[in-house]
Design a protein around this ligand. Structure first.
Ligand code: PEP
Ligand code: CO
Length: 455
């Protein structure tokens, strides 16, 4: 993380980050090829539009006021290899199901943001990986290199930035069609319940809610309420987000409009735990964008760290601007979070607080799989709610890694996946994700906490 003393204060510019230390950037072997790609990307249209981004900021402002709840969810890292209608649709279905559960049982509007359409680059704890005496660069996501443990595959290839743009554009195109074309409408709530989920206790509980929604809609129709007006029940807003890690890509897609700069790669961009140094390149770049910005805060974050990030990223104290995503771990959250909540509240920053119950609870099983225990995930979520209860702040949202597929990556949950069963369908290229049933289960437990808090 760079030191602020070495960088004189200058007005912000989209390339100003290049004068600072940028952590977690790949070693691009061919500078000229990178420059070519960045130029080509800069000529492409933005993937999202500023009006949409402003709409998300308004919705997040409602979360900051305690009037709504944020659900930010999707892959740890998307894959070029599993780029299909089925996988995108399956992810969307789980997010919509979770949102229905939270809205219906928690009794509050849910702002839906996918870790999707651009979540393609990863920070790594080590720049290299050694297997059987061979050392190669680490896999950094399909935006950079390939997963196979071979020298050629692990070489950082800037052409992949263009492929990432295409992947994100194709994903977003399908998401727009599905969310605006009726598939995500309230008449479809039953259709989202996939077979392997529907047969579980959560699936059955979900069906009860879906039936309740049917009855409520029939009742309102019978009363003469025009439910179709303005697409109120047939259309859904699903916003996109990813970790803004590769700054060449983010800079190329950023554009000026009416005196402001917008990141064009996604509606919401976040800064990861490893790149949040207040004097570093990532904080500098994102401080100048008008998009809603997120920052991860791990157990090592002090109240002063949080305040410094608030000063840098939310100097005007605007609700909806900054989301602080706590990822403390189940054992640390109740002790570590309250001092941060108090400090940020007392300094007058109207931030959204979200809970990422995934990244502080990762460990390696005896079989060598990176995994997470569903019980620890639940404990972190309830610890998060308890911390907010203690301080009197609003537990604004959840940030989770999930997939629509029937994978076995996190242990526990109602299906009681054991460490021995992890290898059955362990498909992630990075962190372990909740499967459809575990995601729904998490939504039910969180909705109970929300309902409790609201009463
Ligand atoms: C992630 O969200 O996948 C991630 C790497 O998180 P963090 O920065 O919190 O470790
Ligand atoms: Co992850």
């Amino acid at each position: 993380m760079g030191s602020s003393a070495s960088v004189p204060a200058m007005p912000w510019s989209p390339d100003g980050w290049q004068r600072r230390v940028a952590e977690q950037q790949p070693d691009w072997p061919d500078e000229a090829a990178l420059t070519q790609v960045v130029k080509a990307l800069g000529r492409r249209p933005p993937l999202v539009f500023s009006g949409e981004t402003r709409k998300l900021r308004e919705q997040l402002a409602a979360v900051a006021r305690g009037e709504a709840f944020l659900l930010q969810a999707g892959d740890c890292v998307e894959s070029f290899d599993s780029f299909s209608t089925e996988s995108i649709q399956a992810k969307l279905r789980v997010i919509l199901q979770m949102a229905v559960v939270l809205t219906y049982s928690g009794g509050i509007p849910v702002v839906k943001v996918g870790r999707i359409a651009g979540q393609l680059a990863k920070p790594r704890s080590s720049p290299t990986e050694t297997v059987d005496g061979t050392t190669l660069p680490s896999f950094r996501g399909h935006m950079v290199n390939d997963f196979a443990f071979e020298a050629e595959a692990r070489r950082a290839d800037p052409q992949r930035l263009l492929s990432a743009y295409d992947h994100a554009a194709g994903t977003l195109n399908l998401l727009r069609a599905l969310t605006k074309g009726g598939y995500a409408g309230m008449s479809q709530v039953h259709a989202w319940n996939q077979a392997f989920v529907a047969s579980s206790a959560q699936g059955e509980r979900y069906e009860e809610i879906a039936a309740g929604i049917d009855r409520a809609l029939a009742f309102m129709r019978a009363c003469g309420v025009d439910l179709e007006a303005g697409g109120r029940l047939s259309q859904v807003d699903l916003f996109t987000s990813h970790e803004a890690l590769l700054l060449h890509y983010e800079q190329a897609l950023c554009h000026g409009e009416q005196g402001a700069h917008y990141g064009g790669s996604a509606h919401m961009l976040w800064i990861g735990e490893r790149t949040r140094g207040p004097a570093g390149a990532h904080v500098d770049f994102l401080s100048g964008l008008a998009n809603p910005i997120g920052v991860k805060l791990g157990p090592g974050a002090s109240p002063e760290d949080a305040l410094e990030l608030c000063r840098r990223l939310d100097p005007e104290r605007e609700p909806g601007r900054l989301t602080l995503i706590s990822r403390m771990g189940a054992d640390a959250v109740q002790a570590r979070l309250p001092p941060l909540l108090r400090a940020v509240r007392d300094a007058g920053h109207p931030v959204v607080w979200a809970c990422d119950p995934m990244h502080g609870n990762t460990y390696t099983s005896e079989s060598g799989h990176k995994t997470r225990d569903f019980d620890a995930i639940l404990r972190e979520v309830s610890g998060f709610f308890a911390a907010h209860g203690e301080v009197g702040t609003w537990p604004g949202g959840l940030h989770v890694e999930l997939t629509g597929e029937d994978v076995t990556e996190c242990i526990g949950g109602e299906a009681a996946i054991s460490e021995q069963q992890l290898q059955a369908r362990y498909e992630t290229m990075c962190d372990p994700r909740l499967n459809g049933r575990q995601s729904l289960d998490l939504a039910f437990r969180s909705a109970e906490l929300l309902a409790e808090r609201r009463s």
